[in-house]
Write a protein that binds this ligand. Sequence first.
Ligand code: AG3
Length: 281
Amino acid sequence: MDLWFTERYPQGWGITFKIERSLYSGKSRYQRIDVLETAGHGRLLVIDGCVMFTEADEFVYHEMLTHVPLFSHPNPKRVLVIGGGDGGAVREIVRHSCVEEVVLVDIDEDVIKVSREFFPSVSCELDNPKVQVLAEDGVRYLESCPPKSFDIILVDSTDPVGPAVGLFEKPFFEKCFRALKRDGIMAAQSGSPYFQLDLVGRVHRTVAQVFPAVRTYIAGTPSYGGLWTFVIGSKNGDPAQGPIREDQLAVSDLKYYNYEVHKGAFALPNYILREIGKQEK
Ligand code: AG3
């Protein structure tokens, strides 16, 4: 049988994978979750028809969501991940030996369960003693945690539809700001610069209303159809100045991130600069 899965983007464009078989399909309280075995990219996690990652290229997204903010902070000890129930971001965070505690808050416990069962190479650090896994609403968690609780907050959400809508709005970023310590940094996935350019601009400008330093950065993520953007808000330094920690080599076997990639990720094409309201150079 010739079976293909396509994520359909609104503009009549699709990202397609050849599928060997379906391993799991279920409806959680919040969303539909599918695990597919692809012919060439390992296993694929799909939520509500959107590609979350493939085993073949998840390293790009997870390394860039985590290591850019973590190496931009002088001494990150407490890290909060909102969403990211698959555990990919957590796996990267615990590579930093200075990190003492990671709290993962994903609203959907089925995502966590499915990742534990079908993606051991992604969920592998969820049982690390430094990691606390909570299946609850990240917004409510932020509201209830004391101010200045975390050094880093990472938002590893799905697209702004369904349960993730609130994670792209100003009140949410204000809650992140409140929960961050003095040198605190927040980073979030902020969409495709090609398919969701308006979202990229909107999220950047919204974060800029809350954090004194805001930047958008990019990485090449094949399974999301090309480039992907992340927004980073900092209470103190400018993450685009490059990594400020000198212990990069302490984090070994990185497949994507290095110090040059860190700096280069902040070099944006003009069409993105225009959308976020920054000067072309
Ligand atoms: N986070 C979601 C990236 C958004 C993908 N969007 C899309 N395919 N339309 C992925 C979760 C990985 N931990």
